[in-house]
Design a protein around this ligand. Structure first.
Ligand code: NAG
Ligand code: NAG
Length: 184
């Protein structure tokens, strides 16, 4: 009796272990904005959808997960050369949406010390492979790109990876689907 209950739990635990740390959304509501974003893993892919809103000087949505924790997909960026993934997205009425891949050094004591490096891409309606070398990422502070820091110097400290949408399209719902997000 006990066994029959126990086995599915063990199987579930094994499944959970093979599933990398989950993605969570952070939208501009942390700052009083009204953008919407949701994320889930389904059918082996990440689905990230919602709608941006300009209200209260917001306008962004993001989904993120940790790097380097025991349950993360990636233990460390150190020694790697870049990220690659396969993605597609719903197109906006006026063309493709511009998403960003963000990789960050988050400082839990002081958010002002967070360093984010980003690269932009415009997914099409059809699956496409993307690969970005770390040298293609730009350090960005308060939405301003600069060459103050290079991602290559912070690989061992990266502790978060994210998809970020901030393209000022407030009319269309967005939907990004990503498979096989990997380091190479
Ligand atoms: C992406 O790359 C993989 C492996 O190289 C390949 O099998 C797949 O067909 C490619 N997908 C697309 C949409 O180009
Ligand atoms: C992504 O990068 C932008 C700067 O380009 C930053 O403002 C934003 O907080 C970052 N978002 C995430 C989820 O890392």
């Amino acid at each position: 009796m006990k066994l029959s209950l126990f086995i599915p739990l063990v199987a579930q635990a094994a499944l959970w272990r093979t599933e990398p740390a989950s993605w969570t959304t952070v939208n501009d509501d942390v700052m009083g904005g009204k953008s919407k974003g949701s994320v889930m893993m389904y059918d082996g892919a990440l689905w990230f959808w919602g709608k941006l809103s300009p209200e209260n000087r917001g306008g962004f949505s993001s989904c993120r997960r940790s790097v380097g924790a025991s349950d993360s997909a990636h233990s460390s960026y150190a020694g790697m050369n870049g990220v690659k993934f396969t993605a597609k997205a719903e197109q906006g009425t006026n063309g493709p949406r511009t998403f960003r891949v963000n990789v960050s050094v988050k400082n839990s004591w002081n958010w002002l010390m967070t360093k984010t490096f980003m690269v932009e891409f415009q997914p099409t309606q059809d699956w496409k492979n993307y690969s970005f070398g770390f040298e293609e990422f730009t350090y960005t502070w308060m939405a301003k790109p600069s060459n103050k820091y290079q991602l290559a110097d912070f690989l061992a400290e990266i502790n978060e990876e994210a998809f970020f949408l901030y393209d000022k399209n407030f009319d269309d719902n967005f939907l990004l689907t990503v498979k096989d997000f990997e380091l190479y």
